[in-house]
Design a protein. Structure first.
Length: 446
């Protein structure tokens, strides 16, 4: 057996071990992830200390961003819940679309909000609406939540200005404007399939616990003095607006411009969320006459349920890093390069294999673009913009236990590992396969 084949076998065993430990033996996900990550690193030939260091670095890299985003986003969600803003937005959406189509409304909102923001940012901004709508309509949390994550995931993987998509645009020498246009043509039907259509089918087959600790914190209650729809929507969209302005400044203003530097600062996801949270203290707290002590209590109360979530997400990032540093991603890439498929298919396959092996859509898209770009540039007639979309679709396929997003969805929706595999993992796989299918169809026209 070659060294690369051995690495792939170890990675497969590690994934199976995680599923068995968590789903069958009921070991806490954090303990299972730490144990399997270290064992995988040592089995792959890493020195034990190097395996620990890789795991530690992976946890730090993931939590350095996600912990702050989840913390600020959860506080903002709590303000929306306690003030009635989430209820106001949910009620307006239900009235506008009707209860039977509200899951379609959530997908459209997620698609729009997700264009300029990271998946995690969009998720923590919009999850209070999902909890509130589920409570008010009696719909399954799965039926409303899957369209949310499908809409966010599609734009995260396929559309600039997301970092991995922008890197792929640069690697393939694609046009940003055409990539966004083609991405909308491919992304909307893809999100519809993986979101409302799949959610309608799967939701009756998934029974969630009656109690959800996060939902209790973030679902809005009916209150007499709810903020208006306009100010409620504006408050939750502040991060989106600031991030859009920062992206526009990057493309239009001189690099030495002080205005560009200022917009780049306020448009950073962490700063944008912080500013939105501070604004919410006035815009949402004032109509309810919240005192400083009440606001402080809301912020403290909503953080307790996130502790386990952050530990598990961090450990998922550690597992990811061990897989990367042990050489699994490189082994996948070598295996894919030997094929002689069309550049669109090759880009999808390479990205998908790296995604399954490492768990990171960003790593998969970035690595696949670097591997496929020289081949694509040497192949006449290859459409660079469609190549970006094919790579992004492959980078989203089959999210499982080595993906931090898997654990984010599992913990917020209070699902078991098998339930998360049946919902989130399948939805992501539908996105990957449908995204490639629609990209190939579009290639016939452009």
């Amino acid at each position: 057996m070659t060294a690369d084949a051995r690495l792939l076998l170890y990675a497969l065993i590690a994934v199976i071990a995680l599923v068995v430990l968590i789903a069958r033996l009921k070991l806490h996900p954090f303990i299972a992830l730490v144990s399997v990550s270290l064992a995988m690193g040592v089995a792959a030939g890493m020195p034990p200390v190097a395996a620990v260091k890789a795991f530690q670095d992976g946890v730090g890299n993931v939590l350095g961003f996600i912990a702050i985003v989840v913390g600020l986003g959860t506080m903002l969600g709590k303000m929306m819940a306690e003030s009635g803003a989430a209820t106001r937005i949910a009620t307006t959406l239900i009235d506008l679309f009707g209860e039977r189509r509200v899951h379609w409304a959530i997908m459209v909102v997620a698609f729009i909000v997700g264009i300029p923001v990271f998946f995690q940012v969009g998720f923590v901004l919009l999850i209070p609406l999902v909890f509130t709508i589920a409570r008010r309509t009696g719909m399954s949390l799965v039926k409303i939540g899957i369209p949310l994550v499908a809409g966010l995931s599609v734009v995260h993987g396929m559309l600039p200005p997301h970092p991995a998509a922008m890197l792929a645009v640069a690697a393939y020498k694609a046009d940003v404007g055409r990539t966004i246009l083609y991405g909308l043509l491919v992304g909307l039907p893809t999100a519809a399939l993986a979101g409302p259509i799949f959610a309608t089918w799967i939701s009756p087959r998934i029974v969630l616990p009656a109690e959800n600790p996060i939902a209790k914190q973030l679902e809005g209650e009916s209150v007499a003095q709810m903020p208006g729809f306009g100010i409620s929507l504006f408050t939750v969209l502040i991060p989106v607006i600031l991030i859009v302005l920062a992206s526009a400044a990057d493309m239009t203003l001189d690099p030495a411009s002080s205005l560009r530097a200022a917009l780049h600062f306020v448009g950073h996801p962490i700063v944008a969320l912080l500013l939105a949270l501070l604004f919410s203290f006035w815009s949402l707290g004032r109509p309810r006459h919240f005192t400083r002590e009440q606001v402080m209590k809301f912020c403290n109360d909503c953080l307790a349920p996130t502790a386990t979530i952050l530990l598990v997400i961090g450990a998922g990032g550690g597992f990811n890093q061990v897989l990367v540093q042990s050489g699994v991603g490189g082994a996948i890439a070598k295996m894919a390069i030997g094929s002689h498929a069309s550049p669109l298919i090759l880009a999808w396959v390479v990205a998908a294999l790296i995604r399954v092996a490492t768990g990171s859509s960003t790593v998969a898209m970035t690595a696949a673009a670097g591997i496929v770009a020289p081949i694509a540039l040497a192949t006449p007639g290859t459409n660079a913009e469609l190549l970006v979309l094919a790579t992004g679709a492959g980078a989203l396929v089959l999210s499982h236990v080595n993906d931090a997003g898997f654990w984010l969805i599992k913990e917020f929706f209070n699902m078991t590992v098998p339930q998360t595999l049946k919902t989130w993992t399948v939805a992501e796989t539908i996105i990957g396969v449908a995204g490639l299918g629609f990209t190939l169809l579009l290639s016939l026209a452009v």
